[in-house]
Design a protein around this ligand. Structure first.
Ligand code: C2E
Ligand code: MG
Ligand code: MG
Length: 604
C-alpha cells in the first residue's frame, strides 16, 4: 500500500472539473505542498487524491497496513472510512464534501488512528481552493498534545500521593452514580484517621505520606471491584459503594476499621492507629435528588459525630444530626453577638485556704445571660465556642473582665486571687501569653493575683507547648493550675515536667472519698504527695459536704472549693458573702477542717 507522491508536477487547480495534474493555472505546486510540515493531500470534489506531499508519504509509511494507500489517484474518502472507522470516516467525508460544494468555510476536526506503536491523534484541517471544489487537507499529528491533555485531565482528578481519585474525581464519580437511571442505594463512607496529626508531628511528614500510601493500598484491597476509594485530602478517605444500603455499608465500615488492627510500619517505627467513619446513603435515579456535595457533606457530618463520640467509631447520617449541627451553627452565631454585646457574665466561686480557713481566692466561671433561654452554664456553649473558633474572643473577654474585677476588689481592700479557665485551643494557638499580658496591662492587676487554669487533658494533648507557655507565664509572676486532675489519664512524666503551682483534684475523686471509701482517699493522698513532690499545692474541687471538707484537709490539700463552701456567684453577691462570713467567723465545718489540718500536722 505504499504511496507514490507525485514529483515535480504542477497542479492546475483552477481549471473547473480538472481532476489531474497538467492544467494551465497552477496555483499549488508540489513544492509548495512539500514545504508544509504536516502530511497534506489535495483532493478533487470526489475525494480522489491529486497531490500529496513528502510528509504525507512518510506518514503513510508509518501506518504500515492495508487501510492506508495514500498515493495519487486513490479514493481518499474510502481510505478515511477504512482507517478511521465508519462513524468518524463518515464525518470526515461528509464535511469534506460539504466544503467542496462551498457549503462550509472550512473543516477542522480531531480523529485517532491505531498505529502499530499505539494510538495517534491527528488534527485534520481542510480548505476549499477554488470554484471547482478542490480541497487541500492537512493532517497534523497532535498525539503529544492529546496525551498531555489526557495526563493533565487525569491529574486533575487524581491525588498525586496515592493515585486515587481526588476530591474533583470523587465528586464526578458520585454524581455519575447518583445520575444513573435505575433506582439503587448509593452509599458513601467518609473515613478520617484518628490522631494522624500526631504521626506527622512526631515521625515527620515523610512518615505521614508513607502512612497515607499504605492506608490507600489497604483500603483499595478491601474494596469491591465495582466500588471506588478516593482521597479527599489530608487524612480523609472516601469509599463510594454502588448498590449498597446503609446496613451493607455498616458491615463495610467494620471491615475498613479492621484494616487498622495491624500496625503500620513507618521507617523502622510502628504506629497503631484507628479511624472514625461516617456513612451516608442516597438513591440514584432521581433527577432532582441528592447531589455529590450533599452526600459527601452528610457523610462528613456523620464522621465528625463519630469522632466526637470517641475514636474508632462509626456513625450513620440522620437528619437529626444535621439539625443538631444547624443548632450549633445558630448558637455559634448568637454567641459571637453575645460576647460582643456584653451578654456574658462571670460568677466567682470562693476558694478556701485550708490551713488558715481564709478565702484568699476565687475561680471566675463564665455564664451566658441569654435573652430568651436565661442564664446558661458554660457546658452549653464552651464546646461550641471551641468548635466555631470563638474561644479566643471568649477567653480574651473572660481574662479582661476577671482581671478588671480583681483589680477593683484590690482597690476596695479585698486582695483576692482570681482563677481563669482557658481552653486547649487557646494554648494551641499560642495566644495565651499575649492575651494574659494584655489583660494584666489593661486592668493594672499585679500578675501574682492571676491564676490560669488548664485542664489535665489539655495539658496532656500537647505537654511541650503547654509547658513552654506555662514557663513564660510563671516567669512573669502569673500562677498556673492544672484543673480536673484525676479525670484524665496523663502520665506522671508529663506532670513532673509541667511548671504549675497548683494541682486541682477533680470532683470525681473528692466525691468518692467519703464513708470509708479508703481507695479513693488513698488516691487523694497519693495525688497530694505527687503534687508536693512536684512543688505544687493541692486543691480539692467539688467539696459538697462537711465530711469531704474535713477529709481533704486531713489528706493534706492546701485549698478547697465546692458547693459546701459556696456556689459560684456574681461579683456583688460575693462581697456580701465575704462580709457575712467575716462577721460570723468561719463556718463550723471550716473550723473542723482547719482543726483537722492542725491535728494532722501535729501528728494526732
Ligand atoms: P471547672 O473549671 O472545673 O470549674 C468547676 C465547675 O464545677 C464549675 O462548673 C462549678 O460551678 C462546678 N462546681 C463547683 N463546686 C462544685 C460542687 O461542689 N459540686 C458540683 N457538682 N459542682 C461544683 P461550671 O461553672 O458549670 O463550669 C464548668 C466548666 O466549664 C469548668 O470546670 C471549666 O472547665 C469550664 N469553664 C467555666 N468557665 C470557663 C471560661 O471562662 N473559659 C473556659 N474556657 N472554660 C470555662
Ligand atoms: Mg477551673
Ligand atoms: Mg475543675
Amino acid at each position: 500500500m505504499h504511496s507514490k507522491h507525485v514529483t515535480a508536477v504542477s497542479a492546475p487547480l483552477h481549471a473547473c472539473g480538472h481532476t489531474g495534474p497538467g492544467g494551465n493555472a497552477a496555483v499549488l505546486s508540489e513544492a509548495v505542498l512539500d514545504a508544509l510540515p504536516s502530511p497534506t493531500v489535495l483532493l478533487d470534489p470526489d475525494g480522489r487524491v491529486l497531490l500529496t506531499n513528502a510528509a504525507w508519504a512518510a506518514a503513510v509509511e508509518t501506518v504500515d497496513d492495508d487501510r492506508m494507500d495514500g498515493g495519487v489517484g486513490v479514493d481518499y474518502f474510502a481510505m478515511a472510512r477504512r482507517a478511521c472507522g465508519k462513524a468518524v470516516g463518515r464525518r470526515i467525508v461528509d464535511s469534506l464534501r460539504a466544503l467542496s460544494r462551498g457549503e462550509r468555510a472550512g473543516v477542522a476536526m480531531d480523529y485517532s488512528l491505531e498505529h502499530p506503536a499505539g494510538t495517534h491523534w491527528y488534527h485534520l484541517q481542510a480548505s476549499r481552493l477554488n470554484q471547482a471544489g478542490h480541497v487541500v487537507v492537512t493532517h497534523t499529528d497532535v498525539t503529544d498534545r492529546v496525551q498531555a491533555e489526557r495526563t493533565s485531565a487525569w491529574r486533575a482528578r487524581h491525588d498525586d500521593l496515592t493515585e486515587l481519585p481526588n476530591r474533583a474525581g470523587l465528586h464526578e464519580l458520585i454524581d455519575a452514580a447518583l445520575q444513573r437511571p435505575e433506582r439503587l442505594p448509593i452509599t458513601v463512607l467518609f473515613l478520617d484517621v484518628d490522631g494522624f496529626k500526631d504521626v506527622n508531628d512526631s515521625l515527620g511528614h515523610e512518615a505521614g505520606d508513607d502512612l497515607l500510601r499504605q492506608l490507600a493500598a489497604r483500603l483499595a484491597g478491601r474494596t469491591r471491584s465495582e466500588d471506588t476509594v478516593g482521597r479527599l485530602g489530608g487524612d480523609e478517605f472516601v469509599v463510594l459503594c454502588h448498590d449498597c444500603d446503609t446496613a451493607g455499608a455498616e458491615a463495610l465500615a467494620q471491615r475498613f476499621q479492621s484494616i487498622f488492627d495491624e500496625p503500620f510500619h513507618l521507617g523502622g517505627r510502628t504506629a497503631r492507629l484507628t479511624a472514625s467513619i461516617g456513612v451516608a446513603t442516597a438513591w440514584s435515579g432521581d433527577p432532582s435528588g441528592t447531589r455529590s456535595t450533599d452526600l459527601l457533606r452528610d457523610a462528613d457530618l456523620a464522621m465528625y459525630a463519630a469522632k466526637r463520640a470517641g475514636r474508632s467509631r462509626m456513625r450513620v447520617f440522620s437528619p437529626e444530626l444535621r439539625d443538631a449541627v444547624q443548632q450549633k451553627v445558630l448558637v455559634a452565631g448568637e454567641l459571637r453577638e453575645a460576647i460582643e454585646t456584653g451578654q456574658l457574665v462571670l460568677h466567682y466561686q470562693p476558694i478556701v485556704h485550708l490551713p488558715s480557713g481564709q478565702v484568699d481566692g476565687v475561680e471566675a466561671l463564665v455564664r451566658w445571660q441569654h435573652p430568651e433561654r436565661g442564664l446558661l452554664p458554660p457546658g452549653e456553649f464552651i464546646a461550641v465556642a471551641e468548635e466555631y473558633e470563638l474561644i479566643g474572643l471568649l477567653t480574651r473577654w473572660v481574662l479582661g473582665a476577671a482581671t478588671r474585677q480583681a483589680a477593683e476588689w484590690a482597690e476596695l481592700g479585698l486582695p483576692l486571687l482570681v482563677g481563669v479557665n482557658v481552653s486547649a485551643s487557646t494554648v494551641a494557638t499560642g495566644m495565651l501569653v499575649d492575651d494574659v499580658a494584655g489583660a494584666l496591662a489593661a486592668s493594672g492587676l499585679p500578675p501574682d493575683r492571676l491564676i490560669i487554669e488548664l485542664t489535665e487533658t489539655t495539658v496532656a494533648e500537647d505537654p511541650e507547648r503547654a509547658a513552654a507557655q506555662f514557663a513564660v507565664l510563671r516567669t512573669s509572676g502569673v500562677e498556673v493550675a492544672i484543673d480536673d486532675f484525676g479525670s484524665g489519664f496523663s502520665s506522671l512524666g508529663q506532670l513532673v515536667n509541667i511548671p504549675a503551682g497548683v494541682l486541682k483534684i477533680d470532683r470525681s475523686l473528692v466525691s468518692g472519698a467519703v464513708n470509708g471509701r479508703s481507695q479513693a482517699a488513698a488516691a487523694i493522698a497519693a495525688v497530694v504527695a505527687l503534687a508536693e513532690a512536684c512543688g505544687m499545692r493541692a486543691l480539692a474541687e467539688g467539696v459538697e459536704t462537711a465530711e469531704q471538707l474535713a477529709l481533704t484537709a486531713t489528706l493534706g490539700c492546701t485549698f478547697a472549693q465546692g458547693y459546701y463552701i459556696a456556689r459560684p456567684m456574681p461579683a456583688d453577691e460575693l462581697r456580701s458573702w465575704l462580709r457575712e462570713r467575716a462577721a460570723t467567723g468561719n463556718r463550723d465545718s471550716d473550723r473542723r477542717a482547719s482543726l483537722a489540718v492542725r491535728l494532722s500536722s501535729t501528728g494526732h
